[in-house]
Design a protein. Structure first.
Length: 139
């Protein structure tokens, strides 16, 4: 059974290791706050990343079928290279979404080329889209 995505999904932008990303992303799944964390010497625009997030979230919302969607920005082995975005199917994904996954992967590729030169982070940044059950927010 599918529910619409909430209008303001949880977003985490954090420089951290992959392991930390996985644990922090799953910790506060029901949090609707926007959390942004960057190191002091970074002046790359968080707005660009937020814009990417908004675009991808829009596509995800239109599809209305993802249970959970992780988009990771990973640094390559060479720290001087720009990051690339990987669409990662989480363990909570529902089977049979190959078409939607491919569609979003194409969007990710487009955004990656659109933001070349902006994503020069050495560590991992992560976006997470979360579909929340309505019951969790009924009051």
């Amino acid at each position: 059974e599918f529910h619409d995505l909430r209008c303001f999904p949880f977003l985490l932008l954090r420089e951290t290791s992959n392991v930390e990303v996985e644990s922090s992303l799953t910790k506060k799944v029901n949090d609707l706050d926007v959390e942004v964390s960057t190191s002091k010497d970074k002046t790359e625009s968080v707005e660009d990343l937020q814009d990417s997030y908004n675009k991808l979230y829009g596509e995800c919302k239109q599809k209305r079928s993802f249970h959970s969607l992780n988009i990771r920005l990973k640094s390559s082995e060479d720290d001087n290279k720009i990051l690339h975005m990987d669409l990662v199917k989480s363990k909570t994904h529902i089977c049979g979404l190959e078409k939607e996954t491919k569609f979003l992967q194409e969007k990710v590729s487009f955004l990656e080329s659109e933001h070349k030169g902006h994503l020069e982070y050495k560590k991992c940044l992560a976006f997470k889209f979360v579909k929340l059950d309505r019951d969790l927010h009924e009051s």
